[in-house]
Ligand binder design. Structure first.
Ligand code: NAP
Ligand code: GLV
Length: 306
């Protein structure tokens, strides 16, 4: 079995060593133009040339959860695209969202500002029931986040394409229930995949439907948010604040207004990082299963877009 590795922005060597340890006997190497045909590829942002030269790949393993960039390429028709299935990401997302939510709810950002001024000033306790948290996308990451937030006894709502039942979460589904989901939500968390149906879904119209004091946590893809709509809504008091991990252009340009806006917190696309060890173990397990003709989870439906 031959496996090629092509990882833009990542050092391939530790991945190759890790995969070799998991799959002894496999020939595993960095992809070079003109390389012989391989059975599988492990990729992040591969070139179109790789896909054109490797028409017989069985599996194309993405070392991230989101496959929006991969689906812009022309992938050979019989090649299965496989996304990372959690591999240590859902707990990171749960940490990020709970931290951000509690920082906002308990006004720790205000206490931090007070502390810088040496000011001893209590804030009036706020009620959890006034802070319903709505999670867009209840897949691998969204479901884990919803359950983690529910542990802190906030009302939790979720929105997905298909109906589902999750303990402690009021689930809405499809276009028909989107407005009701938004108008019941105060803290909105986006964990949707980026598809034709979800691009620009965070905009003046949808964010304007949130309950008063709405707060946005945008952690899936930058193109979900119509960036020009955000600051006017914050300045007009239509939203209380936003924490943003993903942006239309990354790295976020140094002169971007988001960096300096007092109601926006920026993090550098790190809400859930790919963890190499877990990811290698998962990908190797899936390659083994595929080679034995067994089903694997996380196979992307290119028509659906995730
Ligand atoms: P996933 O398992 O594929 O879940 C996607 C969820 O979104 C599903 O619940 C799906 O509904 C729902 N959905 C998709 N299209 C929809 C639509 N048009 N309307 C309503 N719901 C829709 O994805 P995941 O693993 O949770 O990851 C989500 C995204 O997070 C990734 O695609 C990636 O962009 C992003 N991400 C960001 C980071 C970061 O560090 N910032 C890290 C990892 C991932 P159904 O359940 O009905 O199919
Ligand atoms: C990161 O953004 C991922 O999709 O894994």
């Amino acid at each position: 079995m031959k496996i090629i590795v092509s990882l833009t922005d990542n050092r391939p060597d530790p991945w190759i060593e890790g995969l070799k340890a998991e799959l002894p006997g496999a020939q595993i190497e960095t992809w070079q133009p003109g390389a012989a045909q391989a059975d599988h590829a492990v990729v992040w942002a591969p070139s179109q040339q790789l896909l054109d030269e490797q028409p017989q790949l069985h599996g194309l393993f993405n070392i991230g959860a989101g496959v929006d960039a991969l689906l812009k390429l022309k992938v050979p028709p019989q090649t299965r695209i496989v996304r990372l299935d959690d591999a240590g990401m859902s707990v990171q997302m749960a940490e990020y969202v709970c931290h951000t939510l509690i920082r906002h709810f308990r006004e720790f950002d205000v206490y931090e500002a007070d502390a810088r001024e040496g000011r001893w000033s209590y804030r009036k306790p706020r009620l959890r029931r006034d802070f319903p948290v709505g999670i867009m996308g209840l897949g691998v990451l969204g479901e884990r986040v919803a359950k983690a937030v529910a542990q802190f006894e906030f009302p939790v709502l979720g929105w997905s394409r298909s109906p589902k039942a999750i303990d402690g979460v009021k689930v809405f589904s499809g276009e028909a229930q989107f407005d009701e989901f938004l108008s019941s939500t105060r803290v909105l968390v986006n964990l949707l995949p980026l598809t034709d149906a979800t691009r620009g879904i965070l905009n003046r119209n949808t964010l304007g439907k949130l309950r008063p004091g709405g707060y946005l946590i945008s952690i899936a893809r930058g193109a979900h948010l119509v960036e020009d709509d955000l600051i006017p809504m914050l300045d007009a008091g239509q939203l209380a604040g936003a924490t943003l991990d993903v942006f239309q252009v990354e790295p976020l340009p140094a002169d971007h207004a988001f960096w300096r806006h007092p109601k926006i917190t920026v993090t550098p696309h790190g809400s859930a990082r790919t963890l190499r060890e877990e990811s290698i173990a998962q990908i190797a397990g899936k390659i083994r299963a595929m080679e034995q003709g067994l089903p694997v989870s996380g196979v992307v439906d290119p028509v659906r877009g995730y």
